[in-house]
Ligand binder design. Structure first.
Ligand code: C2E
Ligand code: MG
Ligand code: MG
Ligand code: MG
Length: 286
């Protein structure tokens, strides 16, 4: 609230209030409010997960879904992650929120399996702060044992830039996850700058080509070059490659011609509710 913001301004700026641009104070206040609302939202179960299918480009089979968080805010309606994940990350609230995501995604996947759906992997995004938590491994073990989900049906998505912040620590954590049997993929691949020599030491199963390279894939020669380079890199390093943000027939045709393994995007399905996943995969029950 305003008082707290003013207090902090005083604390940091002493009496030099003019040191802060007015918009800085507004943004700071908004962050305080958002932080309180996030905490409240967590306590009142306002978060939910949507799931976006990932499809094998050769067989057409749905082999995985990515869990994507949404916030059902009582006043603001459905809030997209880009509007609150950065603040959750800054304030550390991403840790309890991320725990909830892990538990809910594992629980839901086990429920689908128990209902007789074909077994799928559930992919969960893990952000930098969460990944650096000392007991991340313990938290993942908790989510698996609470749900009864086998580790091989959980995949953790980390970004290239997260890994590059501290390669040694990241590789150690990824190895520990792999030893549990959890799969790992690199999200938004191509937007960071992992060295190719480091890449081959990462215990990852998949690369996700960032959707910024997929958007104009039909027409932009640079994007075509990047996409096909990532695909052949994956083939050479024995990693599966998935394209994200696939929306059009032309993009699918390019990916097929270039032997991309998998795709995810509005072309096949937007992120949908758990019930809709069940309808999509389960067919009518008697
Ligand atoms: P991401 O992991 O790269 O997820 C892909 C984003 O692209 C999702 O946005 C998805 O809805 C969107 N998308 C998928 N297909 C298409 C398409 O064909 N066209 C377009 N235009 N967009 C498509 P969303 O759900 O808004 O999530 C945004 C980001 O928020 C995610 O990017 C991820 O970094 C983060 N995020 C989402 N859920 C979680 C979570 O549970 N924990 C953490 N730490 N981060 C999350
Ligand atoms: Mg992702
Ligand atoms: Mg991505
Ligand atoms: Mg992204």
């Amino acid at each position: 609230n305003a008082d707290a913001a003013m207090y902090r301004a005083k604390e940091f700026g002493r009496d030099n209030f003019q040191f802060y641009a007015p918009e800085f104070n507004i943004r700071t206040q908004e962050k305080f409010v958002l932080q309180e609302e996030l905490r409240n939202g967590l306590a009142h179960s306002e978060f939910t997960l949507l799931y976006q299918p990932q499809v094998d480009l050769r067989s057409g089979r749905i082999f995985a879904v990515e869990a994507l968080i949404r916030w059902k805010h009582p006043m603001r309606g459905m809030v997209a992650p880009d509007a609150f994940i950065p603040t959750a990350e800054e304030t550390g609230l991403i840790v309890p929120i991320g725990d909830w995501v892990l538990h809910e995604a594992c629980r839901q996947n086990k429920e689908w399996q128990d209902a007789g759906l074909p077994p799928m992997t559930v992919c969960v995004n893990v952000s930098a702060r969460q990944f650096r938590e000392k007991n991340l491994i313990g938290r993942v073990v908790d989510a698996l044992s609470a749900s009864g989900l086998e580790a091989r049906y959980l995949e953790v998505e980390v970004t290239e830039s997260l890994i590059m912040q501290d390669i040694d620590v990241a590789v150690a954590t990824m190895n520990a996850l792999q030893n549990l049997g959890v799969q790992i993929s690199i999200d938004d691949f191509g937007t960071g700058y992992s060295s190719l020599s480091a890449l081959k030491t990462f215990p990852v199963a998949r690369l996700k080509i960032d959707k910024s390279f997929i958007n104009d894939l039909a027409t932009d020669e640079n994007d075509q070059a990047v996409a096909s380079a990532v695909i052949s890199l994956g083939q050479k390093l024995n990693l599966r490659v998935i394209a994200e943000g696939v929306e059009t027939d032309d993009q699918v045709a390019f990916l097929r011609e270039n032997n991309c393994d998998e795709m995810q995007g509005y072309h096949f399905s937007k992120p949908i509710s758990a019930q809709d996943i069940e309808k999509l995969l389960g067919g009518p029950k008697d």
